[in-house]
Design a protein around this ligand. Structure first.
Ligand code: FPP
Length: 260
């Protein structure tokens, strides 16, 4: 069952003609801020790490659901540059879960034709983690199904600063005219250069902010903020968020055909 009937009933803009010209299409790229693992655990009197473990289970569900719904790109915020401020034990737990996730799930992701990509800063990561991330990317690089992007040690402002440094080096080497730097050129040196911008960003657990997640790429994204904690996220939650997205009127700064 690829789509629920409500989704199938929404006609794409070109079929719908002018009145629905601003109506959203099925999102090609969904990005998720997986928040609320700690609160989920606290509400059950469990240690935080249990919330993160259940968060990994929810992540598996989300990847399968996105794939089944025909979403082309799924990006998740696995570990932010600001997450280093957490107690060392929790940071170690999160890295441990990443290691387990890649070791256990990589074969299945590959069999499902999922292409894994990792964005964020490799500097500061343990060598074995970098090796695992490289292995996941290398093994799945030719896959043609869902592109699953893990943002790990990722910060959006840091990504933009890295991109600016890359362009500045070209200017210093005499290979780039500063006047040639435009939105497309800067976008082409970001970690996300191979992916379209997210159409839909979902954040769980009631917080209404983006927390340094893809600030450049989400300039025209639609946001859905959900009260559920991340460990409770499942296929129905994803479908509900996509249905909200499909009701949105995306104008990208232009004017909708309905407006006069
Ligand atoms: C937020 O919950 C979640 C995170 C800090 C990271 C999400 C991590 C996972 C789902 C598991 C490991 C990741 C990968 C990629 C395998 P929180 O702890 O901030 O929750 P709280 O706000 O309720 O405390």
């Amino acid at each position: 069952m690829p789509f629920p009937s409500q989704l199938a009933q929404v006609p794409p803009p070109d079929e719908a003609g002018c009145p629905d010209a601003g109506r959203a299409r099925m999102p090609a790229h969904v990005a998720i801020i997986m928040d609320g693992n700690g609160r989920w655990a606290a509400a059950r009197g469990l240690p935080r790490v249990e919330g993160h473990r259940r968060g990994v289970v929810a992540l598996r569900r989300a990847v399968r659901a996105a794939d089944a719904m025909g979403i082309r790109y799924l990006t998740v915020y696995g570990f932010s540059t600001e997450n280093w401020r957490r107690p060392a034990e929790e940071v170690a737990d999160l890295f441990g879960l990443l290691r387990i996730f890649i070791r256990r799930d990589l074969a299945e992701l590959h069999e499902s034709n999922v292409r894994v990509r990792v964005i964020g800063d490799r500097a500061g990561l343990d060598e074995d983690v970098v090796a695992l991330l490289d292995e996941a990317q290398d093994l799945t690089r030719r896959n043609t199904g869902l592109t699953f992007v893990v943002a790990f040690n990722y910060g959006g402002r840091q990504e933009i600063a890295r991109a600016a440094r890359a362009l500045a080096r070209l200017v210093r080497a005499g290979q780039l005219d500063p006047e040639a730097i435009d939105v497309d050129l800067l976008g082409s040196v970001l970690d996300t250069r191979d992916f379209p911008d997210p159409d839909l960003v979902i954040r769980t657990s009631g917080e209404v902010r983006i927390s340094n997640f893809l600030p450049w790429q989400t300039a025209y994204s639609e946001f859905v903020f959900l009260s559920e904690h991340w460990p409770d996220f499942d296929e129905a939650t994803l479908r509900g968020a996509v249905e909200q997205f499909l009701r949105r009127d995306r104008r990208f700064g232009g004017r909708n055909a309905r407006a006069v």
